[in-house]
Ligand binder design. Structure first.
Ligand code: HEC
Length: 187
């Protein structure tokens, strides 16, 4: 009871509570989300002394959106190694360390399991397409732009393409030392 009274007092004190109505079943059309009171980014408000809805980021803020349209960094050994580290830390939990989708997460997901990145559909994808998915997400998968800066996403893409290539490479395409090692280990 005490708690109810406290909520009531808070509600009286807070602006905007007065137009509350009795509880109603949620509107299945979600029209309320369009008609609700809201502050638009470029609108005016009395809530802040400068009268603007949009806030200036605090000094020292680090931008999270980067220049996605700039050309990808050149593929070097360092970039691939960075891609491997980021892929293994960020993507492998769902898509597997080799990208084949064989993970515990995949066995537990009931909607769509993380697919193999080595299946024919994915082998046909361009690096730009893979980059867009890593940046903005794909279907149920969220984007990773907040977690991985632009160059790291390109590094991941380069590494995914290396994993894909490793599945298709012919023995006679390998450098001799590597070819001998594969033959030895496959015996
Ligand atoms: C939390 C699990 C999870 C993580 C982590 C994850 N993914 Fe995914 N990914 C998925 C799921 C699930 C799908 C399928 C989504 C759908 O079809 O709705 C998907 C789809 C994709 C696809 C499209 C493949 C296809 O066949 O449809 C690509 C490419 C991809 N992910 C790459 C990545 C990369 C690169 C990373 C790391 C930066 C990553 N994913 C991290 C779960 C994940």
């Amino acid at each position: 009871m005490k708690r109810l009274v406290a909520v009531g007092v808070l509600c009286l004190a807070a602006d905007g509570c007065d137009d509350r109505q009795a509880w109603q079943a949620p509107d299945p059309t979600l029209a309320r989300m369009q008609t609700q009171r809201r502050a638009d980014p470029y609108g005016a408000t009395r809530a802040f002394s400068d009268g603007k809805v949009m806030r200036v980021p605090p000094r020292g803020s680090v931008p999270v959106d980067d220049d996605t349209d700039a050309p990808p960094p050149p593929v070097t050994r360092e970039l691939l190694l960075l891609g491997q580290r980021r892929f293994e830390a960020t993507c492998a939990v769902c898509h597997g360390v080799t990208g084949d989708g064989d993970t515990v997460v995949a066995t537990k997901m009931s909607l769509r399991a993380p697919p193999s990145l080595l299946d024919p559909d994915n082998l046909a994808r361009s690096r730009e397409e893979l980059f867009v998915y890593a940046t903005a997400g794909y279907g149920l998968m969220p984007g990773y732009a907040d977690m991985l800066p632009r160059d790291e996403r390109w590094a991941v893409v380069a590494y995914v393409q290396a994993l894909q290539l490793s599945r298709r490479a012919r023995l006679d395409e390998l450098p001799p030392a590597l070819r001998d090692r594969v033959v030895r280990e496959a015996r």
